[in-house]
Design a protein around this ligand. Structure first.
Ligand SMILES: [Zn+2]
Length: 116
């Protein structure tokens, strides 16, 4: 997956949904599908994009949501390189929505109820 495009889309949507985000100076980046996006790459692209927007000073908190295994139910935090259950090795389900969601840094609840 190309994290750069997904990060750009997520940041665009966040600034549209929360116009005060730029002045807040804090952004939460949530990786909702870790089989398609990897935290260090996401942070790298998010920093680069915010820099282009003149928001270098923005605080980023990147959070990776665990994925539940369909076979054994264990929660894993996989990587795109190895999108498998840490407990049983089964391939993890991929979500069809965006892999990354951005929003105000006020905790996961705000992001979950935000615009997708
Ligand atoms: Zn499993």
């Amino acid at each position: 997956m190309h994290e750069a495009g997904a990060v750009a889309a997520a940041i665009d949507e966040a600034f549209e949904a929360w116009p005060s985000l730029a002045s807040d100076g804090r952004m939460a980046v949530s990786i909702v599908d870790p089989t398609r996006a990897e935290a260090s790459a996401v942070e790298f692209y998010a920093r680069a994009l915010l820099g282009e927007l003149g928001l270098d000073g923005m605080t980023l908190s990147v959070r990776t949501e665990p994925v539940a295994c369909e076979l054994c139910g264990a929660a894993s935090v996989p990587t795109p390189v190895e999108p498998c259950c840490e407990a049983c090795g089964a391939p993890l389900p991929r979500s069809t929505g965006p892999a990354i969601v951005c929003g105000p840094d006020e905790g996961a609840d705000t992001i979950a109820s935000g615009v997708r």
